[in-house]
Ligand binder design. Structure first.
Ligand code: 4AD
Ligand code: MG
Length: 461
């Protein structure tokens, strides 16, 4: 019995082969006089392999009836193709039917809208566009580890269930085994002592606080995993479940953080251009005609570095009518971020030194006592793709911030300990993996770069 070959291997073969075995799904079938042509795809690459089926094979009548979506096994010869458009094709000796796809198979040849394809998220990876983005997603996941491992960062698996709110934005999903129909109460409030963990538990919004403790022992570290936010915003850039990469560097300041952020984004884009060239071409052709020049521009230029205060001046003097007011002390909205990156600078911008009141408690207070050493990286078409900061490493100041924000200090005792014992300057950031995938593909809705999107009122698959 010969081993199955993946189509990507056969299409890149150096020579003809007497006997090959391929399996896959029929993309199209076209009958001519004495034989039939099948375009077969197995997901290993964007391209199909052409199968020539002579009408003298036993079950020819059965095979020619198979339509788009059906699954087959083909044994045959790999030969140089006489036709245009492909180097190799398979001449079938026998074909076995694995699974038919009746006429109602939704992915017939015609193009469907992204909205419709979202309603069949279990089938959309069988289309060219979605198989391409999910191959890129897989390749980039690998590249993320490659980038950090090459730089001696250690990968830390931070927990998903947590007892502390990293961002303090109150966007956490509860984790409980309490009976929702009979919630135990104590002094009028939920009695979490009766719950599974004996205290209130949630899904994490960020692995940062846990990874910081490892940063102050293993040095440079990163986490890469799913995070959850119950923010009720239905935008094309937010989801309730998304993947985040969070590096944390010991003995590092905000400048080191900005440098790492720029190098990381540039590395991942270059990697995609080199290792996913075929799949990327599809997006440059059908999704965003300017994609390659946008990516070239990001890879070949240093990112602009702009203090928040200067960003506010630029926005105020822009003469643009924004939906949300621009005012020192207010957070930048997506429209402001996009104006800076897309229209004003036309390249990625790192905005830094934000007012302390709009940023998280763990960010390091600057000497002006009004701003913190925070930085956001903004890119064209998306806005914020990275959010990071130098961390407050001074015990007293950190403790004060926790109390000023009315957090329960008891939940952060272990975090405070890291500042009590051998504290050092350190910095890190979070990159939203799906936003990165939007950037490299030109896809404009975040729901289309994750296998099964989770958004408010949407949990089908
Ligand atoms: O700016 P954020 O909230 O930063 C943090 O969570 C820090 N703890 C990171 C750190 O310093 N270690 O989120 C980081 C990034 C954002 O820039 C964005 O790309 C992405 O995560 N992000 C989301 N992506 C999809 N859906 C959402 N709801 C997102 N919220 C944030
Ligand atoms: Mg942010």
């Amino acid at each position: 019995m010969i081993e199955r070959s993946k189509i990507i291997k056969l299409l890149n073969a150096n020579n003809a082969k007497d006997s090959v075995l391929v399996k896959g799904w029929i993309r199209t079938q076209r009958e001519s006089k004495d034989f039939s042509f099948i375009e077969l795809n197995d997901g290993s690459c964007l391209a199909n392999i052409q199968i020539i089926v002579d009408n003298d094979i036993d079950n020819y009548q059965e095979i020619v009836k198979l339509t788009t979506g059906a699954a087959i096994t083909v044994s045959g010869e790999l030969l140089e193709s006489q036709g245009k458009g492909q180097k190799w094709e398979v001449h079938a000796n026998s074909i076995e039917m694995l699974g038919i796809a009746p006429d109602d198979f939704p992915l017939q040849k015609k193009r469907h809208t992204d909205e419709y394809l979202r309603t069949i998220a279990h089938l959309r990876p069988r289309s060219n566009k979605y198989s391409a983005i999910f191959r890129i997603r897989s390749k980039l996941s690998f590249a993320i580890h490659k980038f950090f491992q090459e730089r001696d960062f250690q990968w830390v698996h931070t927990p998903i269930i947590t007892g502390s709110d990293c961002e303090g934005a109150g966007e956490m999903f509860s984790v409980t085994t309490l009976n929702m129909n009979d919630i135990p109460k104590k002094d009028g409030a939920v009695d979490y002592e009766k719950d599974f963990f004996g205290k209130e538990a949630s899904l994490t919004v960020s692995g940062q606080l846990s990874v910081e403790t490892f940063c102050l022992s293993l040095g440079d570290v990163y986490t890469f995993g799913p995070t959850f936010r119950s923010e009720n915003s239905n935008t094309s850039r937010h989801m309730s479940e998304f993947w985040m990469i969070e590096p944390e560097m010991a003995f590092a300041d905000l400048q080191d953080d900005m440098k790492l952020g720029q190098e990381f984004i540039q590395y991942l884009i270059k990697y995609t251009m080199e290792e996913c060239a075929e799949d990327l071409k599809l997006f440059a052709k059908y999704v965003d005609k300017n994609l390659m020049s946008t990516l070239d521009n990001i890879v070949n230029n240093d990112f602009i570095r702009l203090p928040y205060t200067d960003a506010i001046k630029i926005l105020e003097q822009s003469g643009k009518k924004f939906e949300f007011d621009v005012d020192w002390g207010k957070d930048l909205q997506s429209e402001h971020e996009r104006f800076l990156a897309e229209e004003y600078f036309k390249q990625p911008v790192i905005v830094y030194d934000y007012p302390k009141d709009i940023k998280a408690f763990y960010m390091r207070l600057n000497d002006d006592e009004k701003t913190v050493a925070a930085m956001d990286i903004l890119v064209p078409a998306i806005g914020e793709i990275i959010g990071g900061s130098q961390r407050e490493e001074r015990y007293d100041l950190l403790k004060k911030r926790i109390n000023d924000m009315s957090f329960d200090e008891a939940n952060y005792w272990w975090y405070l300990d890291t500042r009590k014992y051998g504290t050092v300057p350190h910095a890190g950031f979070g990159l939203g993996f799906e936003r990165l995938l939007m950037l490299v593909s030109g896809i404009s809705n975040i729901r289309d770069v994750i296998p099964f999107p989770r958004t408010p009122k949407n949990l089908e698959f």
